[in-house]
Design a protein around this ligand. Structure first.
Ligand code: ADP
Ligand code: MG
Length: 298
């Protein structure tokens, strides 16, 4: 399965994770994990709670320095070893953007302001890091207009252009989730990392999210790395899935391969458990539960 995948014509590696290990004192949160994520593809990282998924993101984005391992990002402007870079340089130079498991918008700023702040680096560059911006230099004014245009583009895409002047904290939950993704996209990333973006969404919002992620990947031509529990999202949009359990990689392949991998079924249901996967869509109609089959929270 893996050999066939690697030979898909035109497939280009965007991220190579090699032997990633992260220890917290005696606890090994990630244990010798290696995988590839490809450009213009959606790669999902799944696994039971505590499997180490968020820790992988924290290593990729410079929140943690890995105990061992190499995190190589390759794109047109060069190759970057993320494990050696400070977090702000990973965002600025390697152009890796992320969202968090819990929403982290600026709730008291307007929706539009949240998207302008995300473009701070571009605006600072345009100001020449001097007062040129403040005195109305034309290069800065052009950059400022471009920043507002880009923000408006994303507000339109996520369907909240009419709420641009509302405080972000007053948006409905689903719109805040979309705004977070829009904010990450305003930094012009080559790789977008999303930590449980469908958490708490109702089935309609979850469908919108799927369409948005497909759009980002296909139209903006970047790689998306997604941690997600909602299996309707994971199976519906992923090109490639990595499964972690207790910090180790237990499966890696297409959705079809992973879905049928006995190691994955064991990790989710447990060998001793009698419970069976309910049929798709048979779960309770609560927000965020759409199509999530396993008994154990993924
Ligand atoms: N900063 C930290 N200090 C100590 N332990 C941590 C820290 N971050 C994560 N862990 C531990 O690492 C393991 C993996 O956590 P996490 O990556 O958040 O899992 P997941 O996102 O898959 O649910 C858990 O046992 C968690 O308690
Ligand atoms: Mg997590």
């Amino acid at each position: 399965m893996k050999a066939a995948e690697a030979s898909i014509p035109g497939r280009r590696s965007l991220l190579g994770v090699e032997h990633l290990t992260m220890r917290f004192g005696g606890l090994v949160a990630i244990d010798d994990v290696s995988f590839e994520a490809y450009d213009r593809e959606i790669t999902a990282i799944i696994g039971p709670n505590g499997a180490g998924k968020t820790t992988v993101f924290n290593c990729l984005t410079g929140f943690y320095k890995p105990s061992v391992g190499r995190l190589a990002l390759h794109h047109q402007s060069g190759d970057f070893l993320l494990e050696r870079m400070e977090g702000f340089r990973i965002a600025q130079r390697a152009r890796v953007a992320r969202t968090f498991q819990n929403i982290r918008l600026f709730p008291k700023m307007t929706v539009l302001e949240n998207l302008i702040v995300a473009q701070h680096n571009k605006l600072m560059r345009a100001s020449g890091y001097t007062v040129l911006g403040l005195v109305g230099w034309s290069g800065y004014r052009r950059a400022e207009k471009a920043a507002v245009d880009q923000a408006k583009y994303w507000l339109d895409k996520i369907g909240i252009i009419d709420r641009a002047d509302l405080e972000a904290g007053n948006l409905p939950y689903g719109a805040q989730r979309r705004l977070e993704i829009a904010r990450a996209m305003c930094t012009d990333p080559v790789m977008l990392c999303l930590d449980e973006p469908a958490a708490g969404l109702n089935p309609r919002e979850s469908t919108n999210l799927r369409e948005m992620l497909k759009f980002i990947c296909d139209e903006h031509k970047i790689g998306v790395l997604i941690i997600e529990h909602d299996m309707s999202v994971v199976m519906g949009i992923s090109d490639h899935i990595i499964v972690l359990d207790y910090g180790r990689k237990i499966s890696d392949g297409t959705p079809e391969f992973v879905r049928n991998d006995p190691a994955v079924i064991r990790a989710y249901l447990g060998e001793e458990e009698e419970e069976e996967l309910p049929p798709q869509g048979a779960g309770p109609e609560t927000a965020g539960s759409a199509g999530s089959p396993p008994s154990k929270k993924m």
